[in-house]
Design a protein around this ligand. Structure first.
Ligand code: TIU
Length: 227
């Protein structure tokens, strides 16, 4: 078994790579490209694009190590039957989930905007989970997949820090997983909410998990080759 020791807050964390998955949350055009759900909500989507380069480096290392890699996509069935009315009607008509945008219907499975951006596209064989909620465990097979693969630790990347990444870290913690979020591989439409969400995760001795970064992950992996 290959074990890495990764610098993190509130404390370094040791991870057995055979029991660790990289989960990449919702790196979809609907969140990162103008004209999608993120932009419909009034956000500057370019704030999320700084995650791309560090995430590419982390993905390359995880692939080289043979780690389990899971990508998620937030979105709904074309008939919206899996979208709770509370999520559907929260915004003004014309800017809602299912409404037509420049990349197709907003947050609808199969539409262009629902797809993962090319820069971090899943490779053949990598798991892609479609989720109707913010938390990746809700109404998905994620828990079952992690159980079958004997995964105990999740390295979390993607968007947005304070919404789907945070919701997934919090759910993972309750379900008995160690969650380590990589702060330069996650981003928010609000730098203040990004910082606040990470502060909550690592507070009180790591109440929800650990906060680390891509360089710490890559350094811990490099140390395997040069012990
Ligand atoms: N994936 C995800 O975070 N969904 C969101 O709706 N995020 C926002 O920040 N709005």
């Amino acid at each position: 078994m290959q074990k890495i020791l990764m610098q993190a807050e509130p404390a370094p964390v040791e991870l057995d790579l055979a029991e660790t998955a990289l989960i990449v949350i919702d790196m979809q055009k609907d969140f990162l490209v103008p004209g999608g759900f993120g932009a419909f909500l009034g956000n500057d989507v370019t704030l999320l694009q700084r995650t791309i380069a560090p995430l590419q480096a982390v993905l390359a290392a995880a692939r080289a190590l043979g780690m389990l890699i899971i990508h998620t996509r937030e979105g709904h069935l074309p008939d919206l039957s899996d979208c709770p009315p509370t999520k559907l009607t929260r915004w003004a008509p014309g800017t809602r989930i299912g409404d037509l945008g420049p990349m197709g219907r907003i947050l609808i499975r199969g539409e262009e905007g629902h797809g993962i951006i090319d820069e971090v596209a899943p490779l053949a064989g990598e798991i892609v989970i479609d989720k109707p909620g913010k938390n990746a465990f809700y109404a998905t097979d994620l828990g079952q997949i992690l159980h079958e693969k004997s995964i105990k630790n999740l390295i979390v990347a993607g968007v947005t820090t304070d919404v789907c990444c945070s919701a997934t870290v919090i759910a993972a913690n309750d379900q008995g997983y160690n969650a380590i979020i990589l702060q330069d591989c996650v981003a928010s439409y609000s730098p203040e909410r990004h910082t606040a969400a990470l502060a909550v995760i690592k507070a009180q001795g790591g109440i929800f998990g650990w906060v680390s970064d891509s360089q710490s992950f890559l350094a811990s992996v490099a140390a395997l080759a040069n012990p």
